[in-house]
Design a binder for this molecule. Structure first.
Ligand SMILES: [Fe+2]
Length: 281
C-alpha cells in the first residue's frame, strides 16, 4: 500500500493521541498533512533495499543551498563528533545522498542502519526502529519557501541533522536505549522521555574543552538556531535527567533554555541510571 494513502484515515484516528507537533497549532488552524503521524503498513525498506528517488535538479539545488548555508555557520559551533560524522558520511552540497549509502557507512561505524519511512511515524513504529538500531529517515526535501522552517522532518533534517551523530559510539548506544525505554514507558514517563529526546537528540549542547558546542539535530539543521542556541539569549543548565524530564518546551519557537552535557558518556550513563530508576530498562 502506498504510504500516502494512510494519512487521511490516520488523521481522524489520531485525534486522541496527538503528538507535540499536532497540539501546537491553534484550534481551527489547518494541520499540515506532513505533521500527521502515520502507522507503517509494512516493514520499511532498510539499507540496500532503499531505492534512490528520481529527484529533479531543483531538489538537489534546494539540498545544496541548505547544506551550504549551514556549513557557513557550523565550523567552530558544532561539536567535533558531529563535524567528523558529516565527513565520514560524505554529506556534501553536491547531491542529495543515497540513504542506502549512508546506511552502509553508519553500519561500518556503529552498526546502525537506515530505514526509509514515508513521514512522521506513530511513536510505536518510531521507537521499534530505534530499539533495533535502525534510524527512520524520510527521502523528500522541503520546498524553496521552507528553507528556514519546515513543520515536519524532511531528509535534510534527517540526514544532515541526525545521522552524523549516529557515528559517535556513545550517542549511538544511547539512541538505541532510548528506543527500548520508550517502548516500555507508560503514563507520565512518556512525555518525560519526549522531553529527554527534545533536549538531547534535537536540542542538545555539549561542553567541549571549555566551549559550548551544538550537536542536537534541531539546532544543526536550523539556520537561525545555530547562532541563537549559543547566544546569551539562551539560559543553559547542566545536564541532569531529573531536570530535563520535567522541563516543558515549545515546538515552534526558538528555544530559550537548553541543557549542556559534559560528554556523550555522561549522556548514555545518565540515561541508563534514570531509566533504571523508573523501571524502564
Ligand atoms: Fe529530528
Amino acid at each position: 500500500m502506498d504510504s500516502n494513502t494512510a494519512s487521511a484515515e490516520t488523521a481522524s484516528q489520531a485525534a486522541d493521541e496527538r503528538s507535540a507537533y499536532e497540539k501546537a497549532p491553534a484550534d481551527g488552524q489547518e494541520i499540515d498533512p506532513r505533521c500527521v503521524p502515520q502507522n507503517l503498513e509494512e516493514e520499511p525498506p532498510v539499507g540496500d533495499e532503499i531505492a534512490y528517488p528520481d529527484y529533479d535538479d531543483d531538489r538537489h539545488e534546494i539540498w545544496g543551498t541548505l547544506v551550504e548555508r549551514q556549513m557557513e555557520q557550523l565550523p567552530g559551533r558544532a561539536c567535533d563528533a558531529y563535524m567528523r560524522g558529516l565527513d565520514v558520511l560524505d554529506i556534501t552540497p553536491n547531491r542529495i545522498p543515497k540513504l542506502s549509502a549512508l546506511s552502509r557507512k553508519l553500519e561500518d561505524q556503529t552498526g546502525w542502519q537506515v530505514a526509509r519511512i514515508p513521514g512522521l511515524l506513530h511513536e510505536k513504529d518510531f521507537f521499534t526502529l530505534l530499539a533495533n538500531r535502525k534510524f527512520p529517515s524520510t527521502d523528500y526535501v522541503r520546498n524553496w519557501d521552507e528553507l528556514d522552517y519546515t513543520p515536519a522532518p524532511d531528509c535534510f533534517h534527517d540526514m544532515f541533522g541526525h545521522m552524523p551523530m549516529l557515528t559517535q559510539p556513545d550517542f549511538a548506544d544511547f539512541y538505541q536505549l532510548f528506543g527500548k525505554a520508550a517502548l516500555n514507558a507508560e503514563g507520565a514517563d512518556r512525555p518525560r522521555l519526549e522531553r529527554f529526546h527534545w533536549f538531547t537528540v534535537e536540542f542538545g549542547l555539549l561542553n567541549e574543552g571549555g566551549d559550548t558546542r551544538i550537536f542536537g539535530a534541531g539546532i544543526v539543521s536550523s539556520n537561525e538556531e545555530v547562532t541563537h542556541a549559543l547566544s546569551d539569549e539562551v539560559t543553559t543548565h547542566a545536564f541532569d535527567p531529573a531536570h530535563i524530564t520535567e522541563k516543558d518546551y515549545e515546538v515552534y519557537n526558538l528555544q530559550d533554555e537548553l541543557f549542556v552535557m559534559d560528554s556523550f558518556e555522561q549522556l548514555v550513563d545518565g540515561f541508563r541510571s534514570w531509566t533504571k530508576s523508573r523501571g524502564l530498562l
